[in-house]
Design a protein around this ligand. Structure first.
Ligand code: IMP
Ligand code: MG
Length: 183
């Protein structure tokens, strides 16, 4: 018997490919406007922000540099363990640089708070955050988010590089995972 396709595990499409592309273009235009004339270092968080950053930087019409960090916190769960592990650190010297952190989604806010604290001691000129998705109702810590693609309800979503237990990242849209799959 053929295994069920990943699309069968999606209860509903939350954001289509077209909706995402439109919003990503708007974010890119806003970033271009806000940072024009300044040096910008884009620091993206792997693996979840991989597809978002790939699309976003092609909508930013100015010189940027890229670096990344690999962090891990969830594993095969749908809620943060509360402890964020930096698996791979960035390599750039961020001292005096304008840094824009690019994330896939902000839920509790703990991951980004950790990353920002980790960056701040290296004295960048500025730190701002750009996230594709934001779940404001889930926040455990206060966080200043300069660019947010979409505020979404408290549902676990996958696709466009967001995963559940490392799967569904290659789904081209963002869908709500059927809750019985992780309940
Ligand atoms: P936070 O530390 O609770 O803000 O969680 C941020 C990280 O949790 C993100 O970078 C994602 O990797 C993951 N995450 C949070 N919510 C979801 C979701 O709905 N789907 C997939 N991953 C999520
Ligand atoms: Mg993840």
């Amino acid at each position: 018997m053929a295994p069920m396709g990943m699309r069968d595990d999606i209860a509903s499409v939350l954001l289509s490919e077209e909706q995402i592309a439109t919003r990503v273009a708007e974010l890119g235009a806003a970033i271009t406007r806000d940072y024009s004339g300044r040096d910008l270092l884009i620091l993206f968080v792997l693996k979840g922000a991989l597809i978002f950053v790939a699309d976003l930087i092609r909508r930013i019409d100015m010189q940027v540099r890229l670096d990344f960090m690999v962090v891990s916190s969830y594993g095969a769960r749908t809620e943060t363990s509360g402890s964020v592990r930096i698996v791979t650190d960035m390599r750039s010297d961020v001292r005096g640089q304008h840094v824009l952190i690019v994330e896939d989604i902000i839920d509790s806010g703990l991951t980004l708070t950790e990353i920002i604290a980790h960056l701040r001691v290296r004295e960048p000129a500025s730190i701002e955050v750009c996230t594709l998705l934001n779940k404001p109702s889930r926040r455990q810590v206060e966080l200043d988010v300069r660019y947010a693609g979409f505020d979404i309800p408290d549902q676990f979503v996958v696709g466009y590089c967001l995963d559940f237990d490392e799967r569904y990242r290659n789904l081209p849209y963002i869908g709500v995972l059927r809750p019985e799959l992780y309940a």
